[in-house]
Design a protein around this ligand. Sequence first.
Ligand code: NAP
Length: 246
Amino acid sequence: MSEKSGKIALITGANKGIGLETARQLGKLGVTILVGARDLSRGEQAAEVLRGVGVDAQAVELDVVNEADRVAVAKLIEKEFGRLDILINNAGVMLDGRKGNETSTTSQSLLRETFETNFFAVVALTQELLPLLRKSEAGRIVNLSSILASLTLHATEGSPVYDAKTFAYDASKSALNAFTIHLAHELQGTKIKVNSAHPGWVKTDMGGEGAQMEIVDGAKTSVELATLGADGPTGGYFHMGEALPW
Ligand code: NAP
């Protein structure tokens, strides 16, 4: 068992991909991990794997778009721990590829479905958990954004994302970045830091096999932002320690 830090983290969408690897790496630092999963049995399998490598992990049923799940998770954390130290808003969807990705023909339903998970649910879950994060000595909120959220890079010919226009996904993550900036501003002067992370283009179900980064590296930005010291940044947008243009 990793030596316990006493810290409690909730990671959404932690049953696979970057979320699961983030859980492993943070858990190895001694953080108790609540493995958020919309399918509890898959969450329990992931928690089992994590416990097998010495991580203090337990699964929690959390479909982030489901209000009842969000309320229940907050109640469970309040009852069991009385506070939350780290919230990693990792769950996300990219639906553009599945349903056609021309901006001019992107449907309302695709936009709404994407925003529901990548933006509205993140705002709602964070609002639900904020009272518990305020009770932490060093609350940390990490919003899994993407380089595809960068309006500056999308508008710059020759940038790495200039020709990668998945409108619904990109816009939902730009909106998420707005949440990061606005919430961090409100929380100035508190012990809570809020940052957006671009994990890199990572070999997961979402990133695909052509992605450049291995999952082990794809979790590093989330872990770094979840464990920032008191002198660390807030209201920023980072990839592996480097600031990205908004
Ligand atoms: P992934 O392998 O597709 O995993 C996504 C996770 O989110 C899964 O656990 C999935 O659960 C969960 N999820 C989706 N909708 C959910 C909901 N309503 N409630 C709860 N969980 C939900 O993707 P990933 O590559 O690890 O991505 C993690 C985050 O990084 C995402 O926010 C993504 O946008 C961001 N990101 C990824 C890349 C990349 O290259 N991979 C690049 C930039 C940003 P199920 O297993 O139940 O589907």
